[in-house]
Design a protein around this ligand. Sequence first.
Ligand SMILES: Cc1cc2nc3c(=O)[nH]c(=O)nc-3n(C[C@H](O)[C@H](O)[C@H](O)COP(=O)(O)OP(=O)(O)OC[C@H]3O[C@@H](n4cnc5c(N)ncnc54)[C@H](O)[C@@H]3O)c2cc1C
Length: 253
Amino acid sequence: MKTQVAIIGAGPAGLMLGHLLRAEGIDVVVVERSSPDYVLGRIRAGVLERTTTYLMDQLGLGARMHAEGLPHDGFHLADGERMIRIDIGALTGRQVMVYGQTEITRDLMEAAPGRDLEIVYDAADVALHGLESDAPCVTYSKDGAVHRIDAQFISGCDGYHGPSRKAILASVATAYEKIYPFGWLGILADVPPAIMNSSTLIMNGALRWHRCVRKSGAAIISRCQQTRQSNNGRTINCGMSWQSAWGRKRPHI
Ligand SMILES: Cc1cc2nc3c(=O)[nH]c(=O)nc-3n(C[C@H](O)[C@H](O)[C@H](O)COP(=O)(O)OP(=O)(O)OC[C@H]3O[C@@H](n4cnc5c(N)ncnc54)[C@H](O)[C@@H]3O)c2cc1C
């Protein structure tokens, strides 16, 4: 198979890039190792910044996001009894949108056939070849056969652990990294909102609570804590304090 751009990974980055290239009339094939159901079941982001919502609108794919998403104008920092409101709207003139990453992925996936964006799911053993040449290609296995895609460009949207990052020659690779002095763990829980009728995120010094998401009521809670250093590298302490978050009642998760 031949295409102009082969994209590895059908997460939000790979799908968004694929749609943007298709909108310019560029031929694209996206290769994803997982099934569509697996990708759609992978719960991650819940809060979208302006760039993402803007791009969805530019692609003409933002209708469901605006209908079902929850725009937020700001958030609260909780410090003991003190609540400090950060008014994003007043400070920047922008909002963030609470709309699940899986929903963005679904919108991009469902629009793909109508825009001739080809996505190959369940592709095993994805490998990049000839990156230092003018004729790079991607190979993968599917249905008992090895397939090859010749492309002018290959875009690696397969995350930190995917094959693209490892395939880039060390002599031309530059890594940009910023390490923050904390880590977090997010859990999506089916519980009532922290503050009824509030459209504001709440962040606590120890706990970060995203009031969100679905009609049934749900919350994402994250514990922010100083990242611990060890001799073997960085380890993140992910302890949870249920009582601080939900009073005495532990939520059903
Ligand atoms: C708990 C959590 C909460 C988050 N909350 C937010 C938030 O509120 N707001 C926000 O903006 N961001 C948030 N993020 C970050 C956000 O989820 C990521 O930035 C986003 O998923 C990155 O998208 P991506 O497409 O680059 O990578 P991914 O979503 O990781 O997609 C990579 C794709 O590549 C595929 N792939 C991997 N290896 C291969 C291979 N060998 N061959 C083929 N395909 C392969 C994977 O299956 C996957 O589909 C959160 C992340 C987590 C984990």
